[in-house]
Design a protein around this ligand. Structure first.
Ligand SMILES: *Cc1c(COP(=O)(O)O)cnc(C)c1O
Ligand code: SF4
Length: 333
């Protein structure tokens, strides 16, 4: 029997990842905005380039310079302002690298920098000045991280972070995951990733095969800051992950002009739960150079959380936290 061959195929996630919007002129043209509407800075684009995946871009409202998704990716002149109390390494991570690419700050769990790259560049990112070139171990150097974990039986959980662990290939991820899960005391594997929301097609059959239905628990901590980041494709990606037994949580950053209202935070919690995701952390902004215009005062943050508690069931209220250098856990506020 003859089958009709579809004339238009949607791009694969590999193509999506290779075809990010990096040219501000293209971004503005797609969104029908003018340079003078937004206050772009060529200087900040040089130090931390523009990077926007097209599926995410499609959820931005054209013609709105204040769109909450757009503001997360726009390199603004405000990033050049110098503010006291802000630094390039606000979490003091440079001092706690046990082996290249491994951070052991908290009891029972280690964080691995699986890759330096991300599918998106979030302007508020605390790792925007991180010296990734020193933290990009080759396969041989990974061995020292595996050895470190294997030699510390109290490490029950390994967190793959980055960058974004899902911005890598399935072959690389598979190698890494199998190595880690072969260590007997590693009971939980966690991935901190924005990719399923940025490029939902990334949740493909090989990934589900790799992470699904394992005897260890697999947790994916997604990162969405606004309800508008979800659409039917993202819902479907979350559903595929849940169907193979992966626990889904979400962390957000409290960001001025993006989600610093009761309405935005309530809608976010409701929306992620509709996709089968539970809220985990709401982070206070890390005081990284270039991000001060996103800061929300602590008093406002506490008021917002009180409002959420008064409005939503307890399981939809994220934990408001701040990360402080030298502490044993994130600091609850
Ligand atoms: C946030 C973080 C963790 C995980 O902390 P949880 O409170 O378990 O989510 C682990 N290691 C590092 C270095 C971190 O920054
Ligand atoms: S995806 Fe995460 S690590 Fe990457 S730029 Fe955004 S906040 Fe930073």
């Amino acid at each position: 029997m003859l089958r009709t061959i579809p004339l238009v195929t949607s791009p694969s996630w590999q193509e999506q990842l290779a075809d990010l919007v990096t040219d501000p002129a293209e971004l503005l043209a797609i969104l029908q905005l003018k340079m003078e509407d937004v206050g772009l800075s060529a200087e900040t684009i040089q130090s931390f380039p523009l990077r926007v995946p097209r599926p995410y871009l499609a959820r931005i409202k054209p013609g709105d310079p204040r769109d909450p998704l757009l503001l997360q990716v726009l390199p603004l002149k405000a990033e050049n302002a110098v503010h006291s109390g802000y630094s390039n390494d606000p979490l003091g991570e440079l001092g706690v690298n046990q082996t290249p690419g491994l951070l052991h700050k908290y009891a029972g769990r280690v964080l691995l920098i699986a890759t330096s790259s991300c599918a998106i560049h979030c302007r508020y990112c605390f790792r925007r000045h991180f010296p990734y070139s020193d933290n990009r171990p080759g396969r041989e150097q990974w061995q020292s991280s595996f050895d470190y974990i294997a030699a510390n039986p109290d490490i029950q959980e390994v967190i793959l972070s980055g960058g974004d662990p899902l911005a890598t290939s399935n072959a690389y991820l598979s190698w890494l995951v199998e190595k880690l899960l072969a260590i007997p005391h590693v009971r939980r594997l966690r991935l901190h990733t924005r990719v399923p929301i940025m490029i939902p097609q990334r949740v493909d059959a090989p990934l589900l095969q790799l992470l699904g239905n394992r005897k260890q628990q697999i947790i994916m901590v997604l990162h969405a800051n606004h309800a508008q980041e979800f659409d039917a494709e993202v819902d479907s990606a979350c559903q595929r992950l849940r169907a193979v037994g992966i626990h889904l949580l979400n962390q957000s950053v409290l960001l001025a002009g993006i989600n610093d209202s009761c309405e935005a935070l309530c809608n976010l919690s409701e929306r992620i739960f509709a996709a089968g995701v539970l809220p985990y952390y709401l982070h206070m902004l890390d005081k990284v150079n270039g991000a001060a215009h996103f800061a929300v005062p602590l008093t406002t943050a506490r008021e917002l959380i009180s409002h959420l508690r008064a409005t939503l069931p307890g399981y939809l209220v994220p934990r408001l936290v701040r990360e402080e250098a030298g502490m044993m856990s994130k600091t609850p506020l």
